[in-house]
Design a protein. Structure first.
Length: 186
């Protein structure tokens, strides 16, 4: 084999490997960041979703069994929560529930393929924001009538874009849970 041919083949192989690496989807990470000003504690968790997906089915403790969480009956008081999720998924974007009370404001909405819940407790200055992609919400509800399918939700998160799932703030603490392709917290 001539040097020119060998060099060309090595270059072609490097190009193919580079293209394959670029085409491979990046690993997704579940991040949790907790900052507590009252005791100067900081917690950072950065776990690949592939690891979470592998470990979840191995946990069998309390209400946790094989990737699902036993939660009683998802048909609460004759209301089929899965049917409601399907109906809301097919509804147009909008604000569905707004409650304004002297001590608390609550807002439930659908926007850009996400279920959004905002709760503000005025006296304690607590704020909770939850954003759940519809694919994840439906995956959570894909278990039996008495189970939440956490394993399916993790699989759905693998396909979701970068998103903040939960933020909680009060006077002393800030908690953030999000998904992205970085292996460190920002």
């Amino acid at each position: 084999m001539t040097n020119t041919l060998r060099t060309g083949l090595v270059g072609l192989a490097a190009l193919c490997l580079s293209a394959a690496a670029l085409a491979a989807p990046p690993s997704r990470y579940l991040h949790v960041r907790v900052d507590d000003a009252s005791n100067q504690e900081k917690v950072r968790v950065n776990i690949p979703l592939s690891l979470v997906e592998t470990v979840i089915p191995a946990i069998n403790h309390g209400q946790f069994h094989g990737g699902e969480i036993d939660c009683g009956d998802l048909r609460a008081n004759g209301v089929d929560l899965r049917m409601i999720l399907d109906a809301v998924k097919n509804a147009p974007d909008g604000e569905f529930v707004t409650v304004q009370a002297p001590d608390k404001d609550v807002r439930v909405a659908k926007s850009n393929g996400n279920l959004i819940v905002h709760v503000t407790e005025k006296g304690d200055k607590k704020k909770v924001d939850v954003t759940i992609p519809w694919a994840v919400a439906q995956a959570l509800g894909s278990g039996t009538d008495k189970q939440i399918n956490l394993e399916a939700a993790i699989e759905a998160l693998e396909k979701a874009g970068d998103t903040t799932l939960v933020t909680v703030t009060d006077e002393d603490q800030t908690v953030r849970v999000w998904i992205d392709s970085r292996n460190t917290a920002d």
